[in-house]
Design a protein around this ligand. Structure first.
Ligand code: COA
Ligand code: AMP
Length: 630
C-alpha cells in the first residue's frame, strides 16, 4: 500500500469498514464474512462476523499449497546451546498437523483451552499452531513466571492440557520447568487431564503418572489432523497480562481480526513481503512473540528467526549482529533495553563491524519507552532507519508507528510516530476533553478499535468494561500518558496506573504488593518503579513492619525478595526493599506512590496538599539516603 500516509490515514478513519474490507481480501477465508464491522453492541465491537477462517491455514498450509513448501518458515538459533535448525513450510505443516493429531487423540477440540509453558524452541510454535489448526485456544505463559502465577492462569483458562518442556535455559542456569508445572497443578483448583512433556537434552523432566505424555512418543504415534474452520470472532488465544492487581487479565484475541490486521501490518508497518527474513528478538510468552515471532511473519510468508539467548552474555554483545549476518535478516525487532545492554558493553559498536550486515535494512524497537540516546545509537552504529513503535498486549499490533511500508516519514526521537491508519488516538484531560497539542494527558483510542484488538477479557466482560471502557465513555483507555505534537506524532511518556515496565516486561506493582503483604511480619507496604539505566524501571518495595517485630530488617528483606521470586517468578526482578515506620498517605488513606516515586528518582515534587503527615516524606528520604539509593 505505498502512498501518501496522510491520505491513507484519513480514508481509514472516515470509513474503517471499507478500509478493512479491502485488507481482508488479502487473507484466506473458508467462508467470507457477511459483515465487516458489527457495531450493534458498543463497546463490544466485532469484526468480520459471519466469516469462517483458520489461523494455521493462513500461517502454514496456504504457503505450501502455493508451492512454497521448501521455503524456510523458521530458523531456530540457540545462542545458549549452539544448536541451529531450519524448518521449511512443508516440514512445519507436517509437524503441526501431527501435533494437532496428538491434541485430538486426547480429546482436545474446538474451543478447548491448552496452556503452553515452554522456552524458545520450535516445539512452542508447533504447539501454538497445532491449537490454531483444530480451533483450540492456546494460552502461552512466559517461562519466567513461577508456579503460583501459572496456577492463576490454569484456574482462569481451565485448560484440558498443558504442553511444556523439561527446561528453559538462562545464561549459566537450567530452569527446570516440570517441577514448576507440577507445583502449579498442585496449587490450582482446576485439574488438567494431561501434560505433554518435551524432553530437552539439558535436563530430563520426571513423568509423574498417566497424566503425563511424552512429546516424542505422542508425535510418533499421531495421525495428522485436518484444518477445522472457526468463526471470525472465536478466540485464537488468551494471553494473560498484568493489571493493577495480582489477578492477571486474560486478553482475548479474535481470530479473523488478528489474521487480517497482522498480515496488513507486515506489509504496511514493517515493509516485509513474502520470502523476507524477519527477526523479533522477544519471547513467545509475550505479545510481541505471539504477533511477531509466530503469527505475522508466517501469515506474510516470511521466514521467522526464533532466537534463544540474550543480547549480552550468550556469549557476548555481538550475538545480535552474528544472527542478523548469518541468517541474512532484513528486519529486526527488539526492546530498547536489549540495545542498552549491548551499548553498555560495546559503546562504540566495534563488534558490529565484524559482520556483513548488508541484508539488514530496518531496526524496529518497542515494548517500552525508547530513550533518544538508544535510538540515535542504533541509527549511528547500524546505519539503518530505526523505528520506535507503540502498542500493547491488548491491541496485539502497533497503535503508533512510522509506517515505512506506506511512506517513510521523518523520525522524531522520543516519539513512536503518528497513529497507524484506522487508529483514532486522542489525548484526553481528566474530564475527558481533548487536550491541546503538546499537552500531556491520558492517551485513549476512540471506538471502535481496528480488527485484532481485545474484544473482551476471557469470560469477564465486566472487568473489560471497568478496566478499559469506563474512564472515558466511547474510548478505550490505554493506561498510558503522553502527548501528541502539532504534526500528529505521539509521545508515550508513562503509565497512568500501577504497571511498571522492567526490561520490556510489563509487571504489576499491585501484584508484588499482594506478595509482600502476605509476609508474616509486614503490616503495610508499597511497591513503586524506580528509574534504571539498563532496564528502564525496576521495582522497589517500602515495608512497614508489624509492631513488636524485632528481627533484623535485612533478614526480613531477604525473605521478601525470595518470596516474590518464588510466587511471581524471577522475571519480577524484585531485588530491593527498605523498611520505614510509616507510608506517606493522604488524609483519606491513599498511599502517595507518585510522590515516593519522584523522591527516589530524584525528581522535583510538591508536597501534596492532602498529605496526612508531611514529616514522613523526610523519613523516606533519609532512609533512602542511608541505603545509598539517593
Ligand atoms: N525463564 C526463566 N527465567 C527467566 C526467563 C525465562 N524465560 N526470562 C528471564 N528470566 C529470569 C532471568 O534469568 C533473571 O533471573 P536472575 O534474577 O536470576 O538474574 C530474571 O528473570 C530477570 O530477567 P531480565 O529482567 O530479563 O534480566 P536479565 O538480566 O536476565 O536480562 C536483558 C536483561 C536486558 C538482557 C533482558 O531483559 C532482555 O534481553 N530484554 C529484552 C526484553 C524483551 O525481549 N522484551 C519483550 C518485549 S519486546
Ligand atoms: P505489553 O502489554 O507488555 O506489550 O506492554 C505495553 C506497555 O508497554 C504500553 O502500554 C506502554 O506502557 C509500554 N510501551 C510499549 N511500547 C512502547 C513504546 N514504543 N513507547 C513507550 N511505551 C511503550
Amino acid at each position: 500500500m505505498k502512498g501518501d500516509f496522510k491520505k491513507i490515514s484519513q480514508a481509514a478513519l472516515q470509513n474503517p469498514a471499507a478500509f478493512w474490507s479491502d485488507a481482508a481480501q488479502d487473507v484466506h477465508w473458508i467462508s467470507p464474512p457477511e459483515k465487516v464491522l458489527d457495531d450493534a453492541r458498543p463497546p463490544f465491537y466485532r469484526w468480520f462476523t459471519g466469516g469462517l477462517i483458520n489461523g494455521c491455514y493462513n500461517a502454514v498450509d496456504c504457503h505450501v499449497e502455493a508451492g512454497h513448501g521448501k521455503r524456510p518458515a523458521i530458523i531456530y538459533d540457540s545462542a545458549i546451546t549452539g544448536s541451529k535448525q531450519t524448518i521449511t513450510y512443508g516440514e512445519l505443516q507436517d509437524r503441526v498437523a501431527r501435533m494437532a493429531g496428538v491434541l485430538q487423540a486426547h480429546d482436545i477440540g474446538y474451543g478447548d483451552r491448552v496452556i503452553i509453558y515452554m522456552p524458545m524452541i520450535p516445539e512452542a510454535l508447533v504447539s501454538m499452531l497445532a491449537c490454531a489448526r483444530i480451533g483450540a485456544i492456546h494460552s502461552v505463559v512466559f517461562g519466567g513466571f513461577a508456579s503460583a502465577e501459572l496456577a492463576k492462569r490454569i484456574d482462569d483458562a481451565t485448560p484440558k492440557m498443558i504442553i511444556t518442556a523439561s527446561c528453559g535455559l538462562e545464561p549459566g542456569r537450567v530452569v527446570e520447568y516440570k517441577p514448576l508445572v507440577d507445583g502449579a497443578i498442585a496449587l490450582s483448583a482446576h485439574k488438567v487431564s494431561h501434560v505433554v512433556l518435551y524432553q530437552r537434552p539439558e535436563c530430563k523432566g520426571e513423568m509423574m503418572s498417566q497424566r503425563d505424555l511424552d512429546w516424542d512418543a505422542e508425535m510418533a504415534a499421531a495421525q495428522p489432523a485436518d484444518i477445522v474452520p472457526v468463526k471470525s470472532e472465536d478466540p485464537a488465544y488468551i494471553l494473560y497480562t498484568s493489571g493493577t492487581t495480582g489477578t492477571p487479565k486474560g486478553v482475548v484475541r479474535p481470530t479473523a481480526g488478528h489474521i487480517v490486521a497482522l498480515k496488513w501490518s507486515m506489509q504496511n508497518i514493517f515493509n516485509c513481503k513474502t520470502g523476507d527474513i524477519y527477526w523479533a528478538a522477544s519471547d513467545v510468552g509475550w505479545v510481541v512473540g505471539h504477533s511477531y515471532i509466530v503469527y505475522a511473519p508466517l501469515f506474510a510468508g516470511c521466514t521467522t528467526v526464533l532466537f534463544e539467548g540474550k543480547p549480552v552474555g550468550t556469549p557476548d554483545a555481538s550475538t545480535f549482529w552474528r544472527v542478523i549476518s548469518e541468517h541474512k535478516v532484513r528486519t529486526m525487532f527488539t526492546a530498547p533495553t536489549a540495545i542498552r545492554a549491548i551499548k553498555k558493553e560495546d559503546p562504540e559498536g566495534k563488534l558490529i563491524q565484524q559482520f556483513d550486515l548488508s541484508h539488514f535494512k530496518f531496526q524496529f524497537l518497542a515494548g517500552e519507552r525508547c530513550d533518544p540516546d538508544t535510538l540515535h545509537w542504533c541509527e549511528d552504529k547500524l546505519g539503518v532507519p530505526t523505528i520506535d513503535h507503540w502498542w500493547q498486549t491488548e491491541t496485539g499490533w502497533p497503535i503508533a508507528a512510522n509506517c515505512i511500508g506506506i511512506e517513510l516519514l521523518a523520525v522524531k526521537a522520543g516519539s513512536s510516530g503518528p497513529a497507524v491508519p484506522s487508529w483514532d488516538v486522542q489525548v484526553l484531560d481528566e474530564d475527558g476533553h481533548p487536550a491541546a497539542s503538546g499537552e500531556i494527558g491520558s492517551i485513549a483510542v476512540k471506538l471502535p478499535m481496528p480488527p485484532g484488538t481485545v474484544p473482551t477479557l476471557w469470560q469477564n466482560d465486566e472487568r473489560f468494561v471497568d478496566s478499559y471502557m469506563s474512564a472515558f465513555p466511547g474510548y478505550y483507555e490505554t493506561g498510558d500518558a503522553g502527548y501528541i505534537d502539532e504534526d500528529g506524532y505521539i509521545f508515550v511518556m508513562s503509565r497512568t496506573d500501577d504497571i511498571i515496565n522492567v526490561a520490556g516486561h510489563r509487571l504489576s506493582t499491585g501484584g508484588m504488593e499482594e506478595v509482600l503483604a502476605g509476609h508474616k511480619d509486614v503490616a503495610e507496604c508499597a511497591v513503586i518503579g524506580i528509574n534504571d539505566a539498563l532496564k528502564g524501571q525496576v521495582p522497589l518495595g517500602f515495608i512497614v513492619l508489624k509492631s513488636g517485630v524485632s528481627r533484623a530488617g535485612e533478614d526480613i528483606i531477604t525473605e521478601i525478595v525470595a518470596k516474590v521470586r518464588a510466587e511471581i517468578g524471577p522475571v519480577a526482578a524484585f531485588k530491593q526493599a527498605v523498611i520505614v515506620s510509616h507510608l506517606p498517605k493522604t488524609r483519606s488513606g491513599k498511599i502517595l506512590r507518585a510522590t515516593m516515586q519522584k523522591i527516589v528518582n530524584g525528581e522535583e515534587y510538591l508536597v501534596p496538599a492532602t498529605i496526612d503527615d508531611p514529616v514522613i516524606l523526610d523519613e523516606i528520604k533519609s532512609t533512602l539516603e542511608a541505603a545509598r539509593m539517593l
